[in-house]
Design a protein around this ligand. Structure first.
Ligand code: ZN
Ligand code: ZN
Length: 350
C-alpha cells in the first residue's frame, strides 16, 4: 500500500510501505477513506517534530476491513472514526476518560508503524480506540463525512479547551488562534453556553469570516499588546472569564495570560513550543491555568450526535480538498496559509 512519509524539512512523499495485517488479537485493520492534515503535522513538516522516515497523519476515518479474534465492538464493514491517539480502553486512565494518557496507548506513526495519511492502518486495541459513526456500522451520509472526520482531533480538542476552562452560561470567552482548533474552540464555547465569544489574533479576512460562522461575536484582528487593548475596549476593561489558547507559541500564550480577568481560567490546547509561564502575575490575579492534550476518544461519543443531527458542522474548517496524489500540495498550501485545513480523499488504488 502507499502512505505519506516525512522525508525532511518541507518534504512529504507517498511511498510504498508494507500492507498492515492483524498482529495482535485486539487489532483491526482500517481502510482509510478520508484523512486531514493537522496543524501539528505542520510542525513536523517544518522540521520541528519527528525525524525523517516517519509516517505522518493522525486524523482519519474509514472502513474496518479485518478484525482480530478478540475484537468485539466493531466488525469488518463498519464505518469508523479514529481518534488521533489509540488507547486500550481498560487501564485506569482510559476508565477515567483520560485516554490520552493510556498506559498501552500511543501515537500513529510513532508507537504504531502506521499513520493516518495512508491507504490503510493497523489499529491496536480496536475496542478501546474505534468509534462507529452509526450504531449499525453503516456508512453515514456523504455530506456528513468531513465533519465526522473532525471528530478525530480538532472538534474534541476545541471542546476540551472549552470544557477545561469551565465555561459557564453567559461567560465572556476569548479564543486565541485562528486555526482549525481555534474555530472549533469557538464552536465548543457556544455549545457550552458562553454569552460572548471573541476570536483574537487573526487579520486574515477569510479566517475571520469562518470564525463568525463557527459562532464568534467579535473578531480582534490585532496581536500582542494591541490585542489586549482591543479586548479591554470591547469588554469595558472587564476582560475574559475564560481564555482558550489554541496556538502554543510563547507570544500567543503571553497574550492569552494578559486577556484573563482576575479569577479567570486560561485553557491551553495548542501544543506548546518553547512556552514558559511566569507564575507571579497569575498568583496576584488568581488566574487558573488548565488544558493539555485532549483525550479525543472520551469526547467522540458525546459530540457524535451533534454532528449527525447537523447541530455542529466542524467540517466547515476544511477549506481545501485534495486527491491522495496531491497530498504534498496540501502541506504546501497549509504551510503558506492558503488553506486553513486540508481534507484528503484517500484513493485505495492510487
Ligand atoms: Zn491533529
Ligand atoms: Zn488505556
Amino acid at each position: 500500500m502507499r502512505a505519506a512519509v516525512y522525508e525532511g524539512e518541507r518534504t512529504i512523499r507517498l511511498e510504498d510501505v508494507p500492507d498492515p495485517r492483524i498482529e495482535e488479537p485486539t487489532d483491526a485493520v482500517v481502510r482509510i477513506e478520508q484523512a486531514a492534515v493537522c496543524g501539528s503535522d505542520l510542525w513536523t513538516y517544518r522540521g520541528m517534530g519527528a525525524g525523517p522516515g516517519t509516517r505522518i497523519g493522525h486524523e482519519f476515518v474509514g472502513t474496518v476491513e479485518e478484525t482480530g479474534p478478540k475484537v468485539t465492538s466493531v466488525r469488518p464493514g463498519d464505518w469508523v472514526i479514529v481518534p488521533f491517539r489509540y488507547s486500550c480502553g481498560q487501564c485506569r486512565f482510559c476508565r477515567r476518560g483520560l485516554q490520552s494518557s493510556c498506559v498501552r496507548g500511543g501515537f500513529w506513526g510513532r508507537e504504531c508503524a502506521d499513520a493516518g495519511q495512508g491507504q490503510k492502518a493497523r489499529v491496536p486495541f480496536a475496542d478501546g480506540t474505534l468509534v462507529r459513526a452509526l450504531p449499525d456500522g453503516s456508512r453515514p451520509e456523504e455530506s456528513l463525512v468531513p465533519s465526522l472526520l473532525m471528530l478525530s482531533d480538532v472538534f474534541p480538542t476545541g471542546y476540551h479547551a472549552a470544557l477545561r476552562a469551565g465555561i459557564k452560561p453567559g461567560d465572556t470567552v476569548v479564543v486565541v488562534g485562528d486555526g482549525a482548533v481555534g474555530v472549533n474552540a469557538v464552536l465548543a464555547s457556544r455549545l457550552l453556553g458562553a454569552g460572548r465569544v471573541i476570536n483574537a489574533g487573526s487579520s486574515h479576512g477569510d479566517r475571520n469570516a469562518l470564525a463568525r460562522r463557527f459562532g464568534a461575536d467579535e473578531i480582534v484582528t490585532e496581536r500582542g499588546e494591541d490585542a489586549v487593548r482591543a479586548v479591554e475596549e470591547l469588554t469595558c476593561g472587564r476582560m475574559a472569564d475564560a481564555v482558550l489558547e489554541c496556538v502554543g507559541t510563547p507570544a500567543s500564550f503571553a497574550t492569552a495570560l494578559r486577556l484573563a480577568a482576575p479569577g479567570a481560567t486560561v485553557s491551553y490546547v495548542g501544543l506548546p513550543h518553547g512556552v514558559d509561564v511566569p507564575m507571579a502575575p497569575l498568583f496576584s490575579r488568581n488566574v487558573t491555568i488548565t488544558g493539555g492534550i485532549c483525550p479525543a476518544r472520551a469526547y467522540i461519543p458525546r459530540l457524535l450526535p451533534l454532528v449527525l443531527d447537523g447541530i455542529a458542522k466542524p467540517g466547515d474548517a476544511l477549506t481545501g480538498r485534495y486527491s491522495f496524489g496531491d497530498l504534498p500540495r496540501a502541506y504546501e498550501d497549509m504551510d503558506a496559509r492558503r488553506t486553513l485545513k486540508a481534507l484528503v480523499d484517500v484513493d485505495p488504488r492510487a
